[in-house]
Design a protein around this ligand. Structure first.
Ligand code: FES
Length: 118
């Protein structure tokens, strides 16, 4: 459900070719109290997006810019306490928040741009 301050559908996040395949990219949408920190994962032709907030301690997942994936690029890694999440749905399979999920952000790719979906 859309909350007050969420980016409007159609809001451009970045160009698709700014994300490695496979790879990840962190970015912010909005400013001030409306700012949302988001990260995008591109894998096997799909793009997934989640809030950059670990369900364990509500901190960012990345300790280094754009570093959201395990070395083998098969899972999302929280750099703080090493929780692992499935790329496809953000479900935590291992770590202090096992059984919880990242908050998904609906996105779509249109005309080479990743945008907030309706
Ligand atoms: S803050 Fe992410 S696993 Fe602890």
């Amino acid at each position: 459900m859309r909350k007050r301050g969420d980016p409007l559908p159609g809001t451009a996040l970045c160009a698709l070719d700014e994300i490695d395949e496979p790879g990840a990219k962190g970015l912010a949408s909005g400013e001030g109290t409306s700012r949302l920190d988001i990260f995008l994962i591109r894998k096997d032709g799909a793009v997934y997006a989640y809030l950059n907030r670990c369900p364990h301690a509500a901190t960012r997942l990345d300790n280094w810019p754009d570093r959201f994936l395990t070395q083998d690029e098969t899972q999302i890694l929280c750099g703080n306490h090493a929780a692992l999440f499935r790329i496809e749905d953000g479900f935590c399979t291992s770590g202090p928040c096992a059984g919880k999920s990242l908050e998904a952000v609906p996105v779509e790719v249109k005309d080479g741009m990743v945008r907030i979906a309706a």
